[in-house]
Every structure is written in C-alpha cells, then in structure tokens.
Write a protein that binds this ligand. Structure first.
Ligand SMILES: NC(=O)c1ccc[n+]([C@@H]2O[C@H](COP(=O)([O-])OP(=O)(O)OC[C@H]3O[C@@H](n4cnc5c(N)ncnc54)[C@H](O)[C@@H]3O)[C@@H](O)[C@H]2O)c1
Length: 568
C-alpha cells in the first residue's frame, strides 16, 4: 500500500517523503514530477503546463496519474533495503512513498480513488512557516502567480482543509528528524486507512463523509467528548441499514445506550411522537451532558433533532443520515422540526448537530425511488449554480434512475452528496437563520410543500414534489424573463431524464396555492418565490396571480405540458 503525503504547497511533503523513503528503503514518487515527465516536453515544469494547458489541463493529467497510481501494482520493496528497514515497511504494509501536489485532492474522484486504498498523511504547518519555505523555494508555484504566498495561503487553506483532513494529520515540528518518527507512529496507530472523503470542521459543526466509516467516526466523536451514555434515536429501516451496527460498536466500547425507536418516514414528525420520546428520555434519567445520536433519513433527523433541541431546553446531538436526501440536504444546516395538520415543518427549532456523519454505505439498501426523489434536491443545487453538479447529473441520469450499482461503486453518488451538501453548508454558513441567502434553498419548495400537504405527506416523496416545484419555478422564470430559455430547457430536460415531475397530477393549482399561502416562506401575506436565473437565483413576491396559477397548472400537468411551455 502507498503512503501518500498531502497538504498545502510548501508544507514539506517532498522533504519528508524523501526522508521516509530513505528510512524505510522504499521507492519515492513525486506525482508532480511524474505528470511533468509524461508531457514529453523537454524542460517542462508545472508552471509551463499551467500556462500551456490551463489549470483544467493540469488537473486532467493529475487525475490520470492518480488513477494509474492506484491501478498499478505497488512495486516491491527495493532490493537494497536493509533487513531492519524492510521489516519496518513490511510491518506497516507500506510499499511506496508518494507525495501529491497541493491541489490534487480537490477533485472528488481523486479522493474516491485513494480513500481507503492508501495511507493519507496530511503534512501541515502554520501559514507563516509555509510562506517562509515558499519564498525560498527555487521553483515558482503557478498557484501563487508571483505574489507573496502568505496572501493566498489562508484562502487555500479554507478551500482545501476539508480534503486534507481526510488523512492523518501531522503538524511539522521544528525538528524534521522527529517528523518521520511521528508519521510512522500515526500509521501504526491506524493500520487500516478509512474511506473518508470529506472532514470539514465548520462553525456549525463537523461534517464527515465517507464509506464504511459510521462506527469508527462515531466512536471517535464520542471518545473525544468522553461520552458515558448516548441516546440512539432511529427507526426500523435505518436501524437495519446502519443503526444496529453503530449501536453494537458503541456498546462494545462500553458506552451506555438508551434506545428510542420512532416510526419510519414522515410519521415520526409529529408532536405526539416527540412528546413520547421525551418521556422515554426522562424516565431513563437522560441528562443534559448526554448526547442524542440520530440515525435515519431526513424525517428521522428532523424529529430527533427537534427532540434534542427541546429536551432539557436543548442537548447535543449527532446526525447520521441514512438516505440520499438526508445526506445531501436534510441533516445539514441545523433545521429541525415536525409537521402540523396545517402545514409541513411548522414547528421546529434551529439546533445544529455537533457532527454529521454520512456513511455512503447506508445508501446501498435505499429503494431506487428514494434515490431518484433525492435527486430533486441535487437538481435544485445544480440550478442554483453548481455547474459541475449539473453536468454530473446529466451524464449519469440514466444510471441513477436505473438503480445501477455503478453509481455507488464509481464515486458518482459520493460526488453528488459532496457537491450538493457542501453547497448547502456554504449557504448556511453565510445565513444560518434564513435572514437572506438561505432562502435560495427553498427553490422549488413552495409548490413542493403544498403538494406534500395535499397528499397528507404520504402520496408523494419530498424530492418528487420538489421536481414539480422546480418545473413551476422554471415556468414562472421564463415568463418573467429572469430564467434564460436555454437554461430552463436544459433543466427541464434533466428533470425529464431523472423522471421528476413527469407524471400528471390530479391536484388543482388553486387548492395548492391556498395551502402555499400558509407556508413559512410567506412574508406580509405574500408568497416569496425563488426563481432560477442564468447562474443563480432571484426572489420575487410580486408575481401576478394568473401567472402563478398557470405555471402551477402546467407543472402539475407533468412532462408533456412543461415541454411546450419552456420550448415555446
Ligand atoms: N431539515 C432540513 O433542512 C430538511 C431538508 C430537506 C428535507 N427535510 C425533510 O426530510 C424528510 C425527507 O427525508 P427522506 O427523503 O430522507 O425521507 P425519510 O426519512 O422518510 O426516509 C425515506 C424512507 O427510507 C427509509 N430508509 C431510511 N434509511 C434507509 C436505508 N439506508 N435503507 C433503506 N431504507 C431506508 C425510511 O424508513 C423511509 O421509509 C422530509 O420530512 C423533509 O421535510 C428536511
């Protein structure tokens, strides 16, 4: 297995890499040099490749080099190795030392290719130390474009830390000799690398995404908090997929468990259910220092999060989403709540989980309909401006709707969760309480919530309802001239291919608009419609009633009607 050094440019990956290779008598590979050698251009360097092929060109080469790295059989330990060095490397299962360029982990597919298949070691150092090293370096890094690195490092760190943090963290000490010892100690302590793809320390809590990571990530969080007792709140389907395994791991670690089982699906989101669960906690003597671990889809985490917000006026909680909708949307952002007969999510609280641990493995047992429905939320984020996500959904639409296992195996679903989830994290970071930008996330939701309520939360899945809502918003946007027609056509074609908002509905537009009038998005009696623009969104509360009604009518008519309106 490779030992791969990652981190910011100038963090000291190459020097530590060479030192480790010498110490263990292993081959050393600097991936940037491999990329440069493969261009076949004499005297080439990274800067010249950037200038000639742009950053995209360089990253494409980097992706190919990483794919080759993981595909190739790791070379045998060098014949010149001493017995002691050979023994140390063999004991750690390491065949080769590799250092990656600072930007190599930005690409989700590179992380997918490496995660769990190599030891990732994040070489970190204070910005000032990195900048000092870069100023003395012979090679100019293209990313700094001749400017003082210290000006760029804080931004680079903010953009990339969540990727580097998927590896074991090694902070550069003053004594470089001890660094190699510390690196080997870290790997000895965790001989099997985890498949972590994101580890983001956000002001609102930690977000960990990976595959097969549920038990280990949860235990780490619980140990860090010295938890002696946890309340597991789950529901039957999620328990089968993940909850029972997580519970066993906690129990094996000697942590006491109080288990609360809620009903599956939207039935959990009722005040009576929260009341009964709170009584269970009170009878078990759950205290403020205890922690709730919510394991389930969006309905479960909404309800359990609200239980955490209300019990003893608020206790800490961790969300472990088990559905695609939960992983890319519902578990992130701290909105908790339950439904009332008068409307969806009408009672709730903002209560951020301390951590969200999303294990992609749970998605493998999810019914195909749930996967497709959740893509409604992903399509919403694409429309809000994640162009790569837009293209990814387009390229994988048929495989996604056909429940093709390859979307789990090749990192497609992982990338969808990562992109949509990160978009939401960024929006929430800017506006946690929905005072401004967070309203954008309601794109497609005015009609969606009304539809869900009209069907008593049982006839249509949330994301399916969002599909109709997006169609209505696109229709209005085109009529008002805020959504460019080609953009609307492209989005409608994607919804068609995903099978969202395709089947005609029997509800009447006027009835749904009456319901929508009671929605949380209403201000001063006016519905605030989020509408897609060419590359983002706008909010309007001044729409003519006739336009809204005709747009909702067209959306409810499904695919055929929408085609004619956006292509007119
Ligand atoms: N808080 C937020 O910001 C936010 C955002 C979006 C949606 N939501 C809410 O989320 C809810 C929808 O979430 P959802 O789509 O996850 O629905 P859900 O929680 O009802 O789960 C869908 C179904 O999948 C089952 N299930 C869960 N995990 C499974 C697994 N791994 N394998 C097999 N089956 C599994 C559940 O039992 C349920 O039957 C709605 O109530 C919506 O309002 C909240």
């Amino acid at each position: 297995m490779d030992l791969i050094l990652v981190g910011l440019p100038g963090a000291g990956k190459s020097s530590l890499g060479r030192k480790l290779a010498t110490r263990l008598s292993l081959p050393y590979l600097d991936l940037d040099r491999v990329i440069i050698a493969e261009t076949g251009v004499p005297d080439d360097n990274a800067e010249k490749i950037f200038a000639r092929e742009g950053e995209d060109g360089f990253r494409a080469r980097e992706r190919a080099a990483i794919a080759a790295l993981t595909a190739a059989n790791a070379p045998a330990t060098s014949g010149a190795a001493t017995d002691a060095a050979r023994g140390e490397a063999a004991a750690l299962g390491i065949d080769r030392i590799v250092s990656l360029g600072g930007g190599a982990l930005i690409d989700p597919r590179n992380r997918w290719a490496l995660a769990g298949k190599a030891h990732l070691l994040w070489i970190d150092a204070p910005n000032s130390a990195i900048a000092a090293r870069l100023r003395e370096a012979k090679v100019v890094r293209p990313i700094f474009r001749g400017e003082d690195p210290l000006r760029h490092l804080p931004r680079l760190r903010a953009e990339r830390e969540r990727f580097y943090a998927t590896g074991l963290r090694l902070t550069s000490a003053r004594n470089p000799a001890s660094l190699a010892d510390e690196a080997l100690r870290l790997i000895t302590a965790q001989p099997t690398p985890e498949r972590r793809l994101i580890d983001a320390a956000l002001p609102t809590g930690r977000w960990i995404l990976g595959e097969g990571i549920a038990a280990s990530a949860l235990l780490r969080e619980l140990r860090a908090r010295r938890a002696a007792r946890v309340v597991i709140v789950t529901e039957p389907n999620a328990a089968r997929a993940l909850g029972d395994t997580a519970e066993a791991a906690i129990r094996d670690a000697g942590i006491e468990i109080v288990r609360v089982d809620l009903p599956s699906g939207e039935a959990a989101k009722r005040l009576e259910v929260i009341g009964a669960a709170a009584s269970t906690l009170a009878r078990a003597g759950v205290e403020r220092g205890d922690l709730i671990v919510a394991i389930g889809g969006g309905a479960l985490t909404d309800a359990a999060g609200m239980l955490a917000a209300l019990y003893l006026r608020g206790i800490d909680w961790i969300a472990m989403p088990t559905t695609l909708a939960g992983q890319l949307d519902a578990s992130l952002g701290g909105k908790t709540g339950v439904d009332l007969p008068e409307g969806k999510n009408l009672i709730g609280a903002f209560h951020q989980p301390r951590a969200v641990i999303a294990d992609l493995r749970a998605l493998r047992s999810l019914p195909a309909r749930e996967i497709v429905a959740a893509l409604g939320e992903a399509a919403k984020i694409a429309l809000l401006g994640d162009e790569r996500l837009f293209a990814l959904l387009e390229s994988a639409a048929e495989r996604l709707t056909a429940a093709d296992q390859s979307v789990h195996d090749d990192g497609t679903l992982a990338e969808i969760v990562e992109r949509a989830g990160w978009w939401k994290c960024e929006v929430v970071r800017g506006d946690e309480r929905e005072a401004s930008g967070r309203i954008s996330l309601n794109l497609g939701h005015t009609l969606a919530h009304a539809l869900e309520q009209a069907t008593d939360y049982s006839g249509i899945l949330h994301g399916e309802a969002v599909g109709y809502g997006l169609r209505a918003a696109l229709h209005i946007g085109v009529e008002l001239g805020v959504t460019p027609r080609p953009r609307a056509e492209r989005a409608t074609a994607l919804l068609d291919r995903l099978g969202l908002g395709v089947a005609p509905r029997s509800e009447r537009a006027a009835d749904l608009l009456t319901i929508a009038q009671r929605d949380k998005k209403v201000a001063a009696g006016k519905i605030r419609w989020v509408l897609p623009t060419g590359d983002g969104y706008t909010v309007r509360d001044d729409l003519p009633a006739s336009l809204v009604e005709s747009a909702v009518t067209a959306a409810l008519a499904g695919r055929a009607a929408q085609r004619t309106t956006t292509q007119r």
